[in-house]
Design a protein around this ligand. Structure first.
Ligand code: PEP
Ligand code: CO
Length: 429
């Protein structure tokens, strides 16, 4: 399998999960895919390789990864203020982690492409009426009508334009040298032993789940200077928990691109599954290529994570280990809202750091669903969001996000746990 020829479209011969198959006019879809293949690249291969190198530093234990943003971007929530709010929050969190962890933090947004969502059911029934499930604004609309829920390929182009505008906002934000960035730089130069000349604090990267392979294929280009294929829609892409089948289309597509990739690891993953996926996804053991993102649930992490970490440690190939404390900790509140208790999120992060220290693995990354807005989607936190607060500002188009207060609080609490990390110089490479 590993030596089988790869092309940007070889995923089409594999079993596929979570790809919409109900476009009423497949020819219109094909036209849009063709148009997308001629659109400009959103990111350059130089930037993408620079992120891969930075993640290689995380794999060595010399840096940390902070990855965060919306569960799903949407047309309605798009505004420069929202984006800048989330970017500013990520920088503030990164600062807390940098100080405590004694390492530079590589910052990656779930942004500028995070639209499509895998859904637990392809349909939704309300009051006896069954319609296709909402799959993200780039596929169909959220309103419960047949017209809105029918996939429309034009949405892919609208989403692409929003991604392009979002990229512009991200680039302007980081170029403007806001105070946060200057503070990180000043602090870094006062602590040369903790600074990493390879990691420029001004860099900010983008990522999303590579779910719609037709869209990823359309934006995948051969880079003439390296001879490799790059998905130019984001610096980093990840494979979701529901699409990580070894023989499936998603793993097939991802094995061929040069971008750093993430792999969600849920409670059913066994060490053998993981090692076989590592063989396929990173056969050359390139440092920074593969980030394993555990998402077990606070009640399962202590049982499920140690065997996976032990397996990668024994295996010896470089990986970044990260935690997503969001997706295993979702529950339904008594008033019907899908929510996540802050305490469970925190408990999973603590569990991650504890298991990593016990296994002698660097707790390298933190993957969060969060927003700079003052939403009421997750329960708890120091400003105590209660069940009856949930309806007040529940804006998410998919999963509940930490609000600005909860995100900062989490960063400071995690920072306390990171103080125990051995100094980077002492860490084995
Ligand atoms: C996500 O990250 O939004 C997601 C769907 O996660 P997972 O694949 O881990 O369930
Ligand atoms: Co989500």
């Amino acid at each position: 399998m590993m030596n089988r020829n790869w092309t940007p479209r070889s995923w089409r011969d594999r079993p596929l999960k979570h790809m919409p198959t109900d476009y009423p006019n497949p020819r219109a879809l094909a036209r849009v895919e063709e148009e997308m293949s001629r659109l400009p690249s959103l990111v350059s291969s130089e930037e993408t390789l620079r992120l891969r190198e930075a993640l290689g530093r995380v794999a060595e234990g010399k840096a940390l990864l902070l990855q965060g943003g919306d569960c799903a971007e949407s047309f309605k929530e798009f505004s420069p203020e929202n984006i800048r709010g989330t970017l500013r929050l990520l920088l503030q969190m990164a600062m807390a982690l940098t100080f405590a962890g004694g390492r530079p933090v590589v910052r990656v947004g779930r942004i500028a492409g995070q639209f499509a969502k895998p859904r637990s059911s392809p349909v939704e029934t309300r009051d006896g009426v069954t319609l296709p499930a909402y799959r993200g604004d780039n596929i169909n609309g959220m309103a419960f009508t047949l017209a809105e829920r029918t996939p429309d390929p034009e949405r892919l182009l609208l989403a692409w334009r929003q991604c392009s505008d979002t990229m512009d906002i991200v680039r302007t934000f980081t170029r403007e040298h806001p105070t946060d960035l200057e503070a990180i730089q000043r602090w870094g130069s006062a602590h040369p032993e903790r600074q990493d000349p390879n990691l420029d604090p001004r860099h900010f990267y983008t990522s999303h789940e590579a779910l719609l392979l037709n869209v990823e294929e359309a934006q995948t280009r051969l880079d003439p200077s390296t001879g490799g294929w790059f998905d130019a829609s984001a610096h980093m892409l990840w494979i979701g928990e529901r699409t990580r089948q070894l023989d499936g289309g998603h793993v097939e597509f991802m094995r061929g691109i040069q971008n750093p990739i993430g792999l969600k690891c849920g409670p059913t993953m066994e060490p053998d599954d993981l090692l076989r996926l590592m063989d396929v996804l990173n056969p050359e053991a390139i440092p920074g290529k593969l980030t394993l993102i555990g998402r077990f649930g606070a009640d399962k992490i202590a049982e499920r994570l140690p065997r996976l970490m032990a397996a990668t440690r024994r295996d010896g190939r470089p990986v970044v280990w990260a935690t997503d404390p969001m997706h295993g900790n979702t529950l339904q509140a008594s008033n019907g809202y899908k929510t996540r208790p802050f305490d469970r999120i925190l408990a999973e992060v603590r569990g991650f750091i504890q298991v990593a220290s016990a296994e002698g693995v660097h707790p390298g990354g933190f993957h969060l669903e969060m927003t700079g807005q003052n939403v009421t989607e997750c329960l708890g936190g120091s400003c105590e969001v209660t069940e009856s607060d949930l309806p007040l500002r529940y804006h998410t188009h998919c999963d509940p996000r930490l609000n600005a207060d909860q995100s900062l609080q989490l960063a400071f609490l995690v920072a306390e746990h990171l103080r125990v990390l051995p100094a980077p110089r002492a860490q084995a490479a």
